[in-house]
Design a protein around this ligand. Structure first.
Ligand code: IVH
Length: 783
């Protein structure tokens, strides 16, 4: 290979392999899709012009021709074993105890385990010779499987050739082929749209896809591979522990699970179990439990095997995600966009860790496709946080009789229901799937949710729009004058005159009331958006702290979580809300319509340099590290960069950090995704001036009411005493309960009594409500 074409071909293959590695293994894409496609096309064109230069490892050669006959048999040189199961904490503790008893030199509490999710897919074996993929096989019965080389070659994240050079001459990599939830959903959606059979769960879909005789079909299925162990190793060596072996596999280009962690003892395993159980719903793939493996290979060898399972590993299973129950009824719900969804009312059943009595049936076609009747026994599936679904009718149980009647009119507003073609677009803009949705055509959204959102938006503590009562909202929505909060600002007097109970004057008044609200405080605006978990208090923290809508919109969860009384859960709610495209549209529309929240535009002076390096490490919530450990780490490593570079040895020099804390932190820092987030968060803390290296501007920048003592008394109209207090404090004032010679000023509301008298006596400055508001507004703390 030395002609210019041959050189270019080699360069393109290297580049494509490098991008695949970044995309599939490191999860950090290096170039835009379009650029990748361009490289791929160039390679294809060159190879077509030079067929003699095509090799089996070229990235263009993933999909081969259909083989004749079925799959050949493969004998596993080393059997592919299975795992023993633990279903409870006691069973897990017994497992650790058994190990400690067998090797009496070790203490179970200090024994190191690698923990991984138990992926719910199919075990396969990949054989690499001289770094080239030569065979892929199913597990079969553990001793003999089937040769599925042509199919595994089509899985994009299975390397056809290993990276680097120092791999063993023969290396067998074992792992799981699975279908991510999103891929499974879209595969089923497409099948539903064509009226074809759907797969019951991602596992069956993965199995069905691997079993295809034509690799072209497998190639279209969204399969992924993740490695978790090795088999044959000849002509080379692997590291001494399971975890290091996995990191080595990742260097060679194989995907490993980013959730892998090292922990010690049964307690460490159980903490990991609880952590992953809570994350289960948000993982991109199905898991049916966890696997705990003794990390040291030397110990693994001492422990050996019993029957067909290793003594050094165990699977801790989660509760089942599928159960059978009776379908009692079907009801039809109308969603925010007017789409009508049939909902199954079920005989309550315990599945996926909760009792389920409702499940989705997707759409009307699904009812026909499943052929489901009321009274049938059905299989219900609930994977993590995903909405439970009815996946099939169980035919070996008595069948129900009553057909499900599909309504022709919207059950909420009574207008006709229409079947619309739904066209979805892929990344490149090409149409990828076509389905049908049933939509109530009476209006874009006829449901109570929009009305509720509008009611909250206009309420007194939110945008405080006078005259926008429940009855008027009802009419505005019914007459399709308002489809989102932003539409309120598009209303004209003529629109309102169409409503019952509106005359010239009342229309003018409501329009004026709305118009006035184009300038509300940022905290009211944030509160009015109705972000889940964000009440007035949190809205105020956000507005006063971050100072601008722009900052609040882009704040990362870890940054939000450093604000007073905002935990990680609420921080995620806020971040998710702001990332949602519908919400973004509503906010953009509001701004475009002239709504301009009053804002200081600046991060609060009190937050400058407020996040110490220790607090930042602590906020990662790594098991066993704690605030003290975090502070010690911060004192030891001068910067995040230094911490990211730290070897496990360097970590062990930090005082006050337990072995478990150290290995948890080290494992955490090995995960690319975590590293990326840390760097991003640090960057934003710097941008916001909250970073530990940002100096509070102490000289000169003194708060306007610094050193003053204020007292509030009597009732106020436009803000509560608490609201006034928070604002005065934000300006640096102390707010006291009683008047004394030290008092700087008294704010006297309606019906002020003895405090007012005393202040007058002492000749203290006295302000009424509107004077206070004027002052607050002048200092950027307006109402
Ligand atoms: S280790 C000797 N690790 O679970 C140990 N297995 O019953 C071999 N599985 O057939 C397996 N995720 O299909 C291991 N992280 C993981 C796994 C895992 C899923 C499956 C695998 C195997 C079965 C064991």
């Amino acid at each position: 290979m030395s002609t210019p074409a041959a050189e270019r071909i080699q360069a393109l293959r290297d580049q494509i392999d490098q991008h695949n590695y970044r995309y599939y293994v490191l999860d950090e894409p290096g170039i835009p899709d379009a650029e990748y496609d361009r490289l791929f096309r160039e390679l294809k064109t060159l190879e077509e012009a030079h067929p003699d230069l095509v090799t089996a490892e070229s990235p263009t050669q993933r999909v081969g021709a259909k083989p004749k006959g079925g799959f050949a048999e493969v004998t596993h040189e080393l059997p592919m074993l299975s795992l023993d199961n633990a279903f409870s904490e006691d069973e897990l503790r017994a497992f650790v105890k058994r190990i400690a008893e067998r090797i009496d030199t070790i203490n179970g509490d200090t024994l190191r385990f690698a923990c991984e999710p138990k992926l719910d897919g199919l075990a396969i074996s990949l054989l690499y010779e001289e770094g080239v993929l030569v065979r892929g096989a199913t597990r079969g019965d553990g001793y003999t499987g089937e040769d599925i080389t042509l199919n595994v070659r089509t899985i994009d994240n299975v390397p056809l050739k290993l990276r680097g050079r120092d791999w063993p001459r023969r290396l067998e990599v074992r792992g799981e082929v699975y279908m991510p939830k999103s891929g499974f959903e879209s595969l089923n959606e497409r099948a539903r749209a064509r009226g074809e059979k759907t797969f019951v769960n991602p596992r069956n879909a993965a199995a069905g896809s691997l079993r295809q005789l034509d690799p072209k079909i497998t190639a279209q299925r969204p399969l992924e591979f993740c490695s978790y162990s090795t088999g044959i190793v000849e002509g080379g060596e692997l590291p001494d522990s399971h975890s290091e072996t996995l990191y080595q596999l990742r260097e060679w280009g194989l995907k490993i699970n980013p959730e892998m962690r090292l922990v010690t003892g049964a307690d460490g395993c159980l903490e990991y179990y609880r952590d992953l159980e809570s994350k289960r719903g948000s993982l991109a793939y199905d898991i049916d439990g966890l696997v705990f493996k003794v990390d040291s290979r030397a110990l693994q060898q001492q422990l050996g095997f019993v029957a067909r399972a290793p003594r050094w590993a165990i699977a801790h299973k989660f509760p089942a995600q599928e159960e059978i129950t009776r379908l009692n009824d079907v009801e039809f719900q109308v969603g925010r966009t007017g789409a009508v969804t049939p909902v199954a009312r079920l005989e309550p059943v315990f599945v996926g860790g909760v009792t389920v009595s409702n499940a989705t049936l997707h759409n009307m076609d699904e009812i026909a496709r499943l052929g489901v009747k009321i009274g049938d026994y059905v299989m219900v599936r609930r994977a993590g946080d995903v909405i439970p679904q009815v996946v099939k009718v169980v035919t070996d149980k008595p069948r129900g009789q009553k057909p499900v009647h599909v309504p022709e009119q919207c059950p909420v507003c009574g207008s006709d229901i229409e079947r619309t073609q739904l066209i979805k677009h892929g990344k490149s803009g090409a149409q990828i799937s076509e389905g049908a949705i049933y939509r109530c055509v009476g209006r874009l959204s006829c449901e109570a949710q929009l009305k509720q959102a509008l009611f909250h938006f206009g309420s007194r503590k939110a945008m405080d729009i006078d005259g926008l009562g429940e009855k008027n909202i009802e009419q505005l929505v019914d007459k399709e004058l308002v489809r989102s909060p932003a539409d309120l600002f598009r209303l004209t007097e003529r629109d309102l005159l169409r409503l019952e109970g509106f005359a010239q004057l009342s229309s003018e008044n409501l329009i004026a009331a709305i118009d006035q609200r184009r300038h509300v405080t940022l905290e009211r605006f944030i509160y009015a958006l109705g972000i889940p978990e964000v009440g007035e208090e949190t809205a105020r923290t956000l507005a006063n702290g971050l100072g601008s809508l722009t900052n609040i919109r882009k704040a990362l969860p870890q940054v939000l979580a450093t604000l007073k009384d905002i935990g990680l859960t609420v921080a995620h709610e806020i971040h998710n809300f702001m990332q949602d495209s519908h919400n973004q549209q509503v906010i953009d529309d509001l701004l475009a319509l002239g709504v301009e929240p009053k804002e200081s535009g600046q991060i609060s002076a009190t937050l400058v340099g407020s996040v110490s390096f220790g607090a930042f490490i602590d906020s990662l919530g790594i098991f066993r590290v704690g605030r003290k450990g975090a502070d010690n780490l911060a004192a030891h490593f001068s910067s995040l960069d230094a911490l990211l570079e730290a070897s496990e040895e360097a970590l062990s020099e930090v005082s006050g950090l337990s072995n478990q804390a150290r290995s948890n932190l080290f494992a955490f820092l090995q995960v690319e995704e975590n590293r990326r987030k840390l760097v991003e968060t640090e960057q934003q803390l710097r941008e916001f001036g909250m970073h530990w290296e940002c100096e509070p501007q102490s000289s000169g920048q003194i708060l306007p009411l610094e050193g003053e003592t204020w007292v509030l008394t009597g009732a106020m109209e436009r803000l509560t005493r608490d609201e006034a207090k928070v604002r005065l404090q934000a300006l640096g004032a102390k707010v006291a309960g009683s008047v004394s010679a030290k008092t700087t000023a008294l704010v006297a509301g309606e019906k002020a009594g003895s405090k007012l008298a005393k202040a007058e006596q002492l000749g203290i400055r006295i302000l009424n409500e509107s004077q206070l508001i004027e002052l607050l507004e002048a200092e950027g703390q307006g109402v």
